[in-house]
Write a protein that binds this ligand. Structure first.
Ligand code: SDX
Length: 431
């Protein structure tokens, strides 16, 4: 009789092995297959990791069927309404909401690290002015480790905390520098008296020649957008950061790897693709034509901003993003925005369509974010850089959790080999 919390794997003739089952605090149980190969000589096979848990984590929980997203147990809807981004950063990094004193100290630490080493500005001169901001971000963020050789001991909690502060503080500065470089305008230094989101908008839009004051509605909208993007359990870019970190790579290199993965159109690059898609559709009369393309298996076109590996219900972030959209467009008197109206119509028609309904394809976080960011005056090619700004805290929180996990080892998946059997090079004569 198998012991409790185990599952027996058998073929028609015999029981191959019994594997332990682990139960988490919420969500599906897992079958621990670590001994499977040793006991059966067989691997598991799960190319998209659809049914694979890569680690234990206490940071973020998603219930895809119910459309639930919790950061350290707190619902995203409550955090988006009551918290602000640096408070959520503290929560994700340390596991609990901060006391007022801890929050004040954390915000001071972030503020004191928003500037970058002045020699870092030289990196930009090597890029073409029309370089995509994500190409620059991958390079410049990855190069940050070159300025902190004395604080890269990943076994040191203090060094890990310092790297987290530096990355959360400097990624917005570097992102704004990417935009300024593309326009030929001078870089703007961060201002210590400004909050995180307001500082970024000023570095993006201000010039040395004029006073700049960000619209408070836009500041609040950007702060909420960063909260919505902060973390999302083991998504592709966070898994990339974890895999890179498993080899002992420094946190700046790991976050640069995460930025590179996020850039893909199937992931964080989707927000930029949504806006291009809406502009290509142009008018609601063409929606049926593009929905047909999205359903056509011979057409590579997909409805960008729709679908999700985990959510088979509404992405709770998409609802909050749509609400933020309304607020920003109203505040800017842009509620007749053709793009927003087209997005609303596209969403309604797609949600009534059997193809999308049967596959449980709903709008995801990227569907509305592009419209809000466009209304905030953010250029389309900067959308994914803003996603990276929000997600940096999630990446570094997971990296720190992995390094601190006694179970962690270098990530080294196996494969199902389908190539040629052993053969000799023509003419080879064994010596
Ligand atoms: C993010 O993982 C995360 O948590 C990511 C993220 C985060 O916060 O980190 O939430 C951020 O990346 C959101 C996703 C942004 N990407 C897009 O909006 C790009 C468009 N979406 C698709 O490419 C797709 O939905 C994915 C990549 C998001 C999910 O791909 P899956 O899970 O591999 O799903 P699939 O490709 O197997 O699709 C299942 C079916 C297929 O049809 P059938 O083979 O069953 O006939 O649904 C179809 C797909 O063709 N399908 C779509 C579609 N998405 C899925 N068809 C048309 N348009 C789409 N958008």
């Amino acid at each position: 009789m198998p012991s409790p919390n185990t599952i027996c794997l058998s073929d028609p003739q015999q029981t191959l092995c019994s594997l332990p089952i682990h139960t988490g605090s919420m969500g599906p149980e897992v079958i621990d297959v670590q001994t499977l190969y040793k006991e059966t000589g067989k691997f598991t096979y799960d190319p998209g990791f659809n049914s694979t848990a890569s680690c234990r984590s206490q940071i973020t929980f998603i219930d895809g069927e119910e459309g639930v997203l919790l950061y350290r147990g707190y619902p995203i809807e409550q955090l988006a309404e009551t918290s602000h981004f640096l408070e959520v950063c503290y929560l994700l990094l340390h596991g609990d909401l901060p006391t007022p004193e801890a929050q004040k100290a954390f915000e001071h630490d972030i503020t004191m690290h928003t500037m970058v080493h002045d020699q870092l500005t030289n990196f930009f001169k090597g890029f073409r002015r029309d370089a995509h901001p994500m190409a620059i971000m991958v390079g410049v963020v990855g190069a940050l480790s070159a300025f902190y050789h004395e604080a890269l001991d990943i076994r040191s909690k203090a060094d890990r905390e310092m790297a987290a502060i530096r990355l959360i503080a400097k990624v917005p500065t570097i992102a704004a520098m990417c935009h300024k470089y593309s326009t030929g305008m001078p870089f703007m230094y961060p201002q210590n008296q400004l909050g995180y989101a307001e500082n970024f908008l000023r570095m993006m839009h201000a010039t040395p020649c004029d006073h700049y004051a960000a619209n408070p509605v836009l500041v609040q909208a950007l702060d909420r957008i960063l909260i919505l993007h902060a973390d999302h359990e083991q998504n592709a870019s966070t898994s990339t950061v974890r895999v890179a970190g498993s080899s002992g790579a420094n946190p700046y290199a790991c976050v640069a790897a995460g930025i590179a993965c996020l850039w893909g159109a199937a992931h964080g690059g989707a927000n930029e693709s949504v806006l291009h898609m809406l502009r290509t559709i142009g008018d609601s009369s063409r929606i049926p034509e593009f929905l047909a393309k999205a359903k056509d298996k011979n057409d590579p076109f997909r409805l960008m901003g729709f679908g999700h590996r985990v959510y088979k219900n509404f992405d709770p972030r998409a609802k909050l993003m749509r609400k933020t959209c309304h607020e920003v467009l109203d505040a800017l008197d842009l509620h007749d925005s053709a793009l927003f109206k087209l997005a609303i119509e596209l969403e309604q028609i797609a949600l009534e369509d059997e193809y999308f309904n049967s596959r449980k394809l709903y709008p995801n976080v990227d569907f509305y974010s592009g419209i809000v960011l466009h209304a905030l005056g953010i250029p389309t090619n900067m959308f994914t850089a803003l996603f990276a700004m929000g997600r940096t805290v999630g990446w570094i929180a997971h990296w720190d959790e992995m390094i601190s996990d006694p179970e962690h080892r270098i990530a080294r998946p196996r494969q199902l080999y389908t190539g040629p059997g052993r053969r000799n090079v023509p003419g080879f004569q064994p010596s």
